[in-house]
Design a protein around this ligand. Structure first.
Ligand SMILES: [Zn+2]
Length: 281
């Protein structure tokens, strides 16, 4: 799933391509695409798109006016929002299309069968209403002190904490793996037990992984495929750790994998999850 760096760089890309263009039409192509009834998307027709912005893992297409209107797009796992050059009547995996007066168009597609990507149309401040109102602070904007408070306020595994959008917005499974490795902390570390030094290590690790992801992402014309995203542990089971040379290990769940280095992160202890690991009955 695209996470903070991928979505952020993509918002910049779409702003460069389309800022200032006026909306000619919004076309839902699938009955699952539009998640809101009011305001109608047509209320934005004729308005200029000021920019594409980001909140958490959502893209925000902003149309100023009275009231301001925002299309909030969540790509989820397989969704993509791209300039539509072919403008075919029934685009493959098409969910929705925005047509602009410049002749350009944006097409939202979703590969796979999950059908979880979607579009919300919001009037007024989009940050204080669904689907964005439940989001925690941006993960890369939290200081050491606030992080220590958040860790102490929750009783969960660090990896789960990092991925919880209500606590921190923007981090998913890939970045959670990378942040734990960079901070030299176990993905299973109990958040309540982390001290101030460890909280500061989490903050630094988030900033570094986001910066690394952003700089790679900005070199591409399109959102990268997951295999092209940078990292030391995610998806690297069996490869040598680039810090210590130990083999990267995995805990495999039904839907995803936690990767870590035992030497760097757990004092050599091999983790096993006896609650939900797919290998255990
Ligand atoms: Zn290591």
């Amino acid at each position: 799933m695209p996470e903070l760096p991928e979505v952020h760089a993509h918002a910049e890309r779409l702003t460069t391509a389309l800022a200032g263009a006026a909306l000619d039409a919004f076309e839902p192509l699938s009955f699952t695409a539009l998640k809101t009834y009011t305001p109608a998307p047509d209320a934005a027709v004729g308005r200029r798109m000021e920019r594409v912005w980001r909140r958490g893992k959502h893209l925000l297409l902003e149309f100023p006016g009275e009231p301001p209107l925002t299309f909030v797009v969540h790509l989820m796992q397989g969704g993509r929002l791209r300039p539509d050059t072919s403008k075919s009547r029934k685009p493959k995996n098409g969910l929705a299309r925005w047509r602009f007066d410049s002749g350009a168009a944006l097409l939202l597609t979703e590969a796979g069968t999950e059908h979880r990507a979607g579009v919300w149309v919001v009037a007024g401040d989009p940050l204080v209403q669904p689907p964005l109102d439940h989001l925690g602070p941006e993960a890369d904007a939290i200081d050491d002190c606030r992080m220590a408070e958040l860790l102490a306020a929750h009783s969960m595994r660090l990896h789960t904490f990092l991925r919880d959008q209500r606590i921190l917005a923007g981090i998913g499974r890939r970045l959670a793996n990378e942040v734990c490795h960079r901070a030299k902390l176990s993905p299973f570390a109990a958040t309540k037990k982390l001290d101030d030094v460890e909280a500061a290590a989490v903050v630094a690790a988030i900033r570094d992984t986001v910066d690394e992801g952003l700089s790679v992402e900005r070199e591409h014309d399109e959102m990268t495929a997951s295999a092209d995203r940078p990292g030391a542990v995610h998806g690297r089971t069996g490869e040598p750790c680039r810090v210590c040379g130990d083999a990267i290990r995995e805990i495999a769940y039904r839907d995803y994998t936690v990767n870590y280095c035992a030497t760097c992160q757990t004092g050599g202890k091999v983790l096993a999850d006896n609650t939900t690991s797919k290998f255990l009955k």
